[in-house]
Design a protein around this ligand. Structure first.
Ligand SMILES: Nc1ncnc2c1ncn2[C@@H]1O[C@H](COP(=O)(O)OP(=O)(O)OP(=O)(O)O)[C@@H](O)[C@H]1O
Ligand SMILES: [Mg+2]
Length: 316
């Protein structure tokens, strides 16, 4: 197996007393799409921000191409920022209302001090590739649709010829048909350009359709990380199973018994003892309230943080 492009090694982030990321170990293979799912507040955006170096770690490490992100930033933040591009959740709000789209698109060229002429030519090619009319450059953000604004965001990212795209809920707030178009576009680009993606989404159907691997987060921890097909076919962590069973389409396809998540998400400020999921877990045993399970590789390429994972071969 080739070395992953990104490796989170026991990465932790604390905001005051709140531990938003708790010893996350997760590898993102090169050229693959990794999906990140989990309830609101589980730490998905925080994880993305640490990869871009926007949120500092309190311990552990995030390696990009074998080198800590903080070393990349220290050696040349601008060069690193070109290699990893983030698609913002609110594409329209991230465009300045009084700046024409063309200027917004050229902004990164100026910031990164790239030749404007060459950049403009590349931009025209990218706009065409993304199905955006050339005259969009003369428009203002309020004159374009939500779907177009997302594409403008993608165009801006591609202009830098990144190796990796971090997309935090890239389709949130879009009509279903526009969502589908944007996802297909991202998928095509990934195949054409060999990009590596980290894709955060609440939409499990999206994750199932386009990702190669899926990581599931719960209260700041990765609780399962597996090939997407395997994970959806036979979730090993009870939380993964519960999350999948809340999705009608996934459930219908699999005819899985619905596991109802009991209780509220506990506070991140006072996470439960032992396994953080135990108060809501349908199969918890007494030791789950005491011993925190470690993230363990239960079969090649699949890690689970649970004392009693589902439907896996028994250890020899
Ligand atoms: N800058 C910050 N200061 C203090 N707390 C923060 C900060 N950023 C995030 N948090 C807290 O960290 C936890 C994880 O937040 P995060 O935004 O990473 O979750 P998320 O999984 O992206 O949620 P959502 O699905 O709603 O986007 C939350 O409890 C959040 O309130
Ligand atoms: Mg978020």
């Amino acid at each position: 197996m080739t070395a992953p492009l990104v490796a989170f090694e026991d990465a932790a982030v604390t905001f005051g007393k709140l531990r938003a990321l708790d010893d996350v170990t997760l590898h993102l293979p090169r050229g693959a799409i990794t999906g990140l799912v989990g309830e609101s507040g589980s730490g998905k955006t925080t994880l993305c921000r640490t990869l871009l170096g926007l949120t500092p770690l309190s311990s552990g490490e995030v390696l990009f191409d074998g080198m800590p992100v903080r070393t990349h930033l220290a050696r040349g933040a601008r060069a690193f920022r070109r290699r990893v591009q983030m698609l913002l959740q609110d594409a329209v709000a991230s465009l300045s209302p009084r700046m024409r789209i063309g200027s917004a698109l050229e902004e990164p060229l100026r910031i990164h001090r790239l030749p404007l002429e060459e950049g403009r030519e590349r931009l025209i090619g990218i706009l065409r590739r993304l199905g955006l009319p050339e005259d969009i450059r003369g428009k203002y953000p309020h004159q374009i649709s939500g779907g177009q604004a997302r594409r403008v965001g993608v165009a801006r990212a591609l202009l830098m010829r990144p190796e990796m795209i971090v997309a935090d809920e890239p389709t949130a707030g879009l009509d279903v048909s526009v969502q589908g178009e944007l996802l297909n576009l991202l998928l095509d680009l990934q195949r054409e350009l060999g990009l590596t993606y980290l894709l955060v989404s609440h939409n499990l159907n999206v994750v199932r359709r386009i990702t190669d691997r899926t990581a599931v987060m719960y209260l700041g921890q990765v609780v399962e990380d597996a090939p997407t097909r395997e994970l959806f076919h036979r979730p090993a962590h009870p939380y993964t199973a519960a999350l999948l069973s809340t999705n009608p389409a996934v459930q219908a396809a699999r005819r899985r018994a619905r596991i109802v998540l009991q209780g509220e998400i506990p506070s991140m400020l006072a996470p439960p003892s032992g396994c953080r999921f135990h108060p809501r877990c349908p199969v918890a045993q007494p030791n789950c309230a005491i011993d925190p399970p470690a993230l363990a590789e239960v079969e090649p390429g699949r890690s689970v943080r649970c004392h009693y994972p589902f439907s896996l071969p028994l250890p020899a």
